[in-house]
Design a protein around this ligand. Structure first.
Ligand SMILES: NC(=O)c1ccc[n+]([C@@H]2O[C@H](COP(=O)([O-])OP(=O)(O)OC[C@H]3O[C@@H](n4cnc5c(N)ncnc54)[C@H](O)[C@@H]3O)[C@@H](O)[C@H]2O)c1
Length: 275
């Protein structure tokens, strides 16, 4: 039980197939507590269209139900839109008020509106707003979250932060993945810069894991085809890594008293070594 008495903030659970759900289960199995956050209607959203409200309400219901069913009653499910400063501020202050301290964060959030029905807009056609929107959700949110938790004094010294990334941050992939690749590259650079800043200020470790293609989640199903996943499985010497492989590695990085920081690791069955 390597995570006994430790508490982790798990972002990015949409449903039971989310990669973050596998991580939450593995954390609990190792004795840790989880606070799970997901999208939903909040007072910080301002005016929302009926369509946006429906989407957020449905997303929150799926999220809450899956937490209850798969993680049990000790896991909390909170609304947190990582693009809204006020929402993050409120969340962090609430933790402080309730004397809850965090020993680590899983950043498993990404969104790119230029990917629709497995079709990806060429980078040349991506608008400034689409570019910034993807950066905001998928990369800058790591700075926002870390800053807010740290400044609200709820990030324990020696905490461990782990972000989920993909090989496309560095290499052009066989399936089109353009605007998001730029955001993943930014996310990885943020990981490295934060590892320096947060290591010195709070003993906090910050790492990223590049994971295999995975069709099971909503994000995976929106981006990938079965052929894509079969192809990366063939190319990888060990075949594609599974969500459980990923969860085990996150637990490894979450362990207290480790000196691993600023790493961009691969849990991808060796895909990254292939030409
Ligand atoms: N599926 C894959 O093939 C794969 C491979 C490597 C890395 N990843 C990364 O893993 C992470 C998790 O993806 P997944 O495959 O589990 O898909 P998923 O769809 O289950 O998770 C993505 C999550 O991002 C959340 N999200 C989007 N916008 C948000 C916002 N503004 N505020 C808060 N949450 C928001 C969604 O609600 C969802 O829970 C992502 O960063 C993804 O890029 C996925």
């Amino acid at each position: 039980m390597v995570l006994n008495n430790k508490t982790f903030l798990i972002t990015g659970i949409a449903d039971e197939h989310s990669l973050a759900m596998y991580v939450a289960k593995a954390v609990i199995k190792q004795g840790g507590n989880v606070i799970c956050t997901g999208l939903g209607v909040s007072p910080f959203h301002g005016d929302l269209s009926d369509r946006a409200k429906d989407y957020l309400n449905n997303t929150f219901n799926d999220f809450k139900e899956s937490i209850k069913t798969h993680l049990g009653s000790n896991a909390s499910a909170e609304i947190l839109d990582v693009t809204l400063d006020d929402n993050i501020e409120f969340f962090a202050k609430n933790l402080f008020k309730n004397d809850i301290k965090i020993d680590g964060i899983l950043h498993a959030v990404a969104m790119d509106k230029t990917i629709r029905n497995k079709k990806v807009k060429p980078l040349l056609d991506v608008t400034f707003d689409e570019f910034c929107g993807t950066m905001d959700v998928s990369a800058f949110s790591l700075i926002r979250l870390t800053n807010s938790l740290f400044k609200s004094q709820v990030l324990n010294p020696g905490a461990s932060i782990c972000a989920l990334s993909y090989i496309a941050a560095e290499k052009v992939t066989f399936h089109p993945y353009r605007n998001m690749s730029v955001a993943k590259a930014a996310l990885e650079r943020i990981v490295i810069e934060l590892a320096d800043e947060m290591g010195r200020s709070n003993g906090t470790r910050v790492n990223a894991i590049r994971f295999s293609t995975y069709l099971g989640s909503k994000a995976g199903a929106a981006t990938l085809t079965e052929d894509d996943v079969a192809k990366s499985n063939r190319i990888s010497p060990l075949g594609n890594a599974s969500p459980r492989d990923l969860a085990n590695e996150v637990v490894h990085l979450f362990r207290p008293e480790s000196r691993i920081t600023g790493e961009i690791r691969h849990v991808d069955g060796g895909y990254h070594i292939m030409g």
